[in-house]
Design a protein around this ligand. Structure first.
Ligand SMILES: C[S@@+](CC[C@H](N)C(=O)[O-])C[C@H]1O[C@@H](n2cnc3c(N)ncnc32)[C@H](O)[C@@H]1O
Length: 316
């Protein structure tokens, strides 16, 4: 959201079949984002609790939506209020195709003006990780410290070091670097670049960061420059296994089902005598990930857990 702009929050329930049309209309009208949640969404096996409407959090088959409805929440600039009648007219035109769409009230609430960026930035402070690193927001003066300071601006990307999944990967990288010489590291899902950059600052000679999100890719590049390691770090959107070769350390902080999907190229990228660090795994998916990785010939070496998150360490 743009800083200091006034916003309204619009909520409406529509049939799932009409969802794409309504979301497109709201985005065209200037929505900065539309959140979808599915009342009555159940796992495909029909058992258990209502689960997330976010497809990236689904495990296995797409869940069944018994209600056939989706709740949409859109954040729009206050100028949207002049388009309210247009939205009602749009819904009226849809009524012929999606009977009942008008039955649900459209509600609009003011969102108090805030500087979203500043609010978030104010909560993130320099953070010590492992024994040697200190992650410092790029806009803050680093505190007096003997630690190696890594300056990060994540932009919209994931990776500040405050989340256990990131911090545990950095700690394991540090432990490996303490034990042995690490020439190369592959970071699958580099986000802000924090793991690859941290590794380079700890003494790894070269790193490759792979990222599907082009905005994150740009942030990772900028962070590499910011930390003086850009000449030793390659950031690419090429898929894992597309010819980067093998690495002494491979780290992948992704979600469990992506790890399972990419297990083969990820495991093949680990050099003989190397290390594989996997994170972003919820405890309930640990066994599935573990089985998949061991099936590719790697042996479990260690693990770390916090709350429901698990980080796993393997060796060939
Ligand atoms: C949880 S974030 C991790 C960021 C950072 N490495 C860290 O540890 O904080 C996962 C990142 O992986 C990226 N990603 C997801 N699927 C991917 C894939 N198939 N290949 C490469 N990157 C992927 C996402 O865009 C996201 O930036």
């Amino acid at each position: 959201m743009a800083e200091n702009q006034e916003w309204v929050e619009l909520t409406v329930t529509v049939p799932v079949a009409a969802q794409d049309l309504v979301v497109d209309w709201l985005l065209e009208a200037g929505a900065s984002g539309v959140q979808e949640s599915y009342p009555g969404l159940f796992p495909a096996d029909g058992e258990g609790e209502v689960i997330s409407g976010d497809p990236s959090e689904w495990w296995g088959e797409a869940p069944k939506n018994k209600s056939g409805k989706v709740d949409l929440t859109a954040w729009l600039p206050k100028s949207y209020l002049s388009l309210e009648n247009d939205f009602q007219g749009f819904l009226q035109r849809l009524e012929a195709r999606f009977p009942g769409i008008l039955a649900h009230k459209v509600s609009i609430e003011n969102v108090p003006a805030q500087d979203w960026n500043a609010n978030w930035k104010a909560t993130w402070k320099p953070t010590a990780i492992g024994m040697r690193l200190m992650v410092c927001p790029s806009w803050e003066e680093p505190p007096e410290t003997d630690r190696i300071v890594m300056r990060i601006d994540p932009g919209m990307a994931f990776g500040t070091g405050t989340h256990f999944t990131t911090a545990s990967c950095l700690s394991l990288i540090e432990e490996i670097v303490e034990k042995t010489t690490v020439d190369s590291l592959l970071d699958v899902g580099t986000g802000s670049g924090i793991l690859a950059i941290g590794a380079l600052l700890l003494g790894v000679k070269r790193a490759v960061g792979i990222e599907v999100d082009l905005d994150a890719l740009a942030e990772a590049r900028e962070n590499a420059v910011r930390n003086g390691v850009a000449d030793r770090m390659t950031v690419t959107s090429a898929g894992v296994g597309s010819g980067e070769g093998q690495f002494d350390v491979v780290v992948a902080n992704l979600v469990a089902h992506t790890i399972v999907r990419l297990a083969k190229p990820i495991c093949q990228a680990v050099a003989d005598g190397g290390w594989l660090i996997l994170s972003g795994i919820l405890a309930e998916h640990e066994e599935t990930v573990d089985r998949e990785i061991q099936a590719h010939g790697l042996k479990r070496h260690a693990s770390m857990t916090e709350d429901s998150w698990v980080t796993l360490l393997y060796r060939p």
